[in-house]
Ligand binder design. Structure first.
Ligand code: NAD
Ligand code: MG
Length: 299
């Protein structure tokens, strides 16, 4: 049930050891988690829920795989029913749904292209039909298309990156908000690249900076309504986004330039999402949690 448990032990017990991955590349984006070698580790088997999200309903975009899958499984362990939204990775989504159901919670898996605002409205319609309420929105989906120069970022790529990574966060938020009560919350996935920059990811990093400003502004705007808005800024994490965007050789040293000299695994992000989704963070809004292997960011 837990892929490569010994690998998990290696990550957690010998954190100073660099983790080296086999060279690999996937031609399509979003990438497919089930094709990755080794499989990412979505779940910490030692994580025990304590009902922090009992009775809640969460929508997680990009919840089929990677960081979104890890958050979805942890939310289920904390007692939430979860809606996962994804583009076309049906097999990855099926795994996540099955695991959530094994944990005794319900999962609705919805395939759709969030670049269209109509899809956000459809996600909300189906969530309300299935569960009758929405308490937590995790805007987490995203794409990245590395280029060596800004001159190689085509107008079509620029449009696609912004429409996917930030416009769709507006679309999802606008669709969900009318149905959120006091005590609800929104969590956005940004990136360490918003703080450090990345010479190969100029358009992507710009969308991630936009997500930070979006998080802060939305939190101010929703404070009176009792809705908290926060973000998580991951460093390099072993997810399908990586082999689907970087050249095969780059993968072999992926994440080794962090102070901890290794990439993170998706399960290491999950507690940050649980914290921001639960009342444990009841006095926290407009903030960004950095889960990045020790990289120091300015805020
Ligand atoms: P991932 O590929 O597992 O997740 C991204 C998801 O986005 C995919 O599962 C896909 O279904 C969804 N998606 C993409 N385009 C979509 C569209 N048009 N409509 C609907 N869904 C769409 O990779 P991940 O790394 O877990 O990514 C999750 C988030 O984490 C992203 O926002 C990414 O930018 C961010 N992030 C990742 C890293 C990392 O190193 N992996 C670092 C910093 C930030
Ligand atoms: Mg996916």
């Amino acid at each position: 049930m837990y892929p490569k448990y010994c690998y998990y032990s290696k990550v957690t017990k010998c954190q100073s050891q660099p983790i080296v991955f086999p060279a690999q590349h996937q031609d399509v984006q979003p990438g497919l988690e089930y094709l990755m070698d080794p499989l990412p580790i979505a779940e910490n088997p030692e994580y025990r829920g304590s009902g922090k999200l009992a009775g809640k309903v969460a929508i997680i975009t990009g919840g089929d795989s990677g960081i979104g899958r890890a958050a979805a499984i942890a939310f289920a362990k904390e007692g939430a029913n979860v809606v996962i939204v994804y583009l076309y990775e049906h097999r990855d989504a099926e795994y996540t749904k099955r695991r959530i159901e094994e944990l005794g919670q319900q999962c609705l898996a919805i395939a759709g292209d969030l670049r269209s605002p109509l899809v956000s409205q459809e996600v909300v319609r189906r969530t309300l039909k299935g569960f009758g309420q929405i308490d937590i929105l995790v805007n987490n989906h995203g794409v990245q298309f590395p280029q060596c120069s800004i001159l190689e970022i085509t107008d079509a790529q620029l449009e696609d990156t912004f429409r996917t990574n930030i416009f769709a966060f507006f679309y999802m938020t606008k669709a969900v908000l009318p149905h959120m009560a006091r005590g609800s919350c929104i969590i956005n996935t940004t990136s360490v690249t918003a703080y450090e920059g990345n010479r190969y990811l100029i358009d992507y990093s710009a969308t991630k900076g936009a997500i930070v400003a979006f998080t802060r502004s939305l939190s101010l705007s929703l404070a009176d309504a009792g809705i908290r808005v926060n973000a998580v800024a991951p460093g390099p994490i072993w997810t399908p986004l990586q082999p689907a965007s970087w050249p095969a050789e780059y993968i072999t040293t992926f994440g080794t330039d962090t102070p901890m000299k290794r990439p993170g695994q998706p399960f290491e992000l999950a507690p940050a999402y649980v914290y921001l989704a639960s009342q444990d963070s009841g006095y926290v809004s407009g903030q960004v949690l950095h889960v990045n292997g020790g990289t120091i960011t300015s805020t």
